[in-house]
Design a protein around this ligand. Structure first.
Ligand SMILES: Nc1ncnc2c1ncn2[C@@H]1O[C@H](COP(=O)(O)OP(=O)(O)OP(=O)(O)O)[C@@H](O)[C@H]1O
Ligand SMILES: [Mg+2]
Length: 257
């Protein structure tokens, strides 16, 4: 078991470590601290992801998963007060959200944000307005045939699973390097979860790096290469997804499953 305490005993961090020297990692989150107002929520989170990996970011309700994704995407809240975030040699910690988006971060938030009054295809076209353009709409329909069949349907009238597919598809229509998924399986039947998981594997095989936050930890762990577990805003485990699947004690301690 690779509990983080064992990997990095208290005080062992080299405070002067320069992230520029660790760029072999594609996305590096280093000692990130973020606040909602005075509330200290993301408490020194560090992890790295290699290009093309799927990382499951797990933890109980309120552990800080959504806040960590929002910090990486450089949304205004929570406010990043300390630490560095590097994406493929680009300092995300120095950017605002629109710059992080242009640098290749694609955040798919929990509420999916399908735009009312627009068809499936118009939702995708809108994502392509600002360059650089990512996948073509035809390529997206090859990946999600259900969206192609429903291209003329209003996006908000899609089923929950189809709406999740549309929100992932919309991210791919921009030129993203990293997909940040917040609870993509929420409220979906197991068969649809499996369908989306298969699609996420194809997306990985096409070179996109993914961070998946999920309450359905088992489904996320089956998909992921690696897992990071958060507890009260801190990393308590960083290792292979398989280790977490095989470690009942770890799962019951931090994931309540
Ligand atoms: N806008 C906000 N203002 C103040 N505190 C917030 C805000 N959003 C979240 N928090 C707090 O930050 C902590 C972490 O929340 P976060 O949403 O990141 O957790 P989470 O791991 O995503 O939980 P869940 O599994 O329930 O989605 C919680 O204590 C939450 O109450
Ligand atoms: Mg959340």
């Amino acid at each position: 078991m690779t509990h983080v305490e064992e990997l990095r005993p208290e005080g062992s961090f080299d405070k002067h470590r320069n992230m520029a020297s660790t760029h072999s990692k594609f996305l590096s989150v280093w000692n990130v601290e973020a606040y909602y107002g005075e509330s200290y929520i993301v408490q020194g989170v560090s992890f790295d992801i290699h290009e093309g990996e799927i990382l499951a970011l797990l933890g109980r309700n309120g552990a800080g998963k959504t806040s960590t994704l929002r910090t990486i995407a450089r949304l205004d809240s929570p406010a990043l007060k300390h630490g560095e975030i590097w994406l493929d040699h680009q300092p995300l910690h120095e950017m605002r959200a629109h710059q992080a988006s242009a640098a290749g971060i694609g955040l798919v938030p929990e509420d999916r944000r399908i735009i009312p009054g627009l068809t499936v295809e118009e939702n995708l076209q809108l994502a392509q307005i600002a360059p650089p353009k990512g996948w073509s709409i035809d390529r997206v329909y090859d990946l999600f045939p259900r969206l192609g069949e429903r291209r003329k349907q209003e996006g908000v009238t899609l089923s929950g699973g189809e709406q999740q597919m549309l929100s992932i598809a919309r991210a791919l229509c921009r030129d993203i390097k990293v997909l940040l998924l917040d609870e993509p399986y929420e409220g979906l039947a197991p068969v649809i979860v499996q369908e989306i998981a298969k699609t996420l594997q194809i997306i990985r095989d096409q070179g996109i790096t993914t961070v998946i936050v999920e309450q359905n930890a088992v489904a996320a762990l089956k998909l992921a290469d690696r897992a990071v577990i958060l507890d009260i805003g801190k990393v308590v485990f960083d290792g292979s997804a398989r280790e977490v699947l095989e470690d009942d004690a770890l799962r019951s301690q931090y994931l309540a499953i």
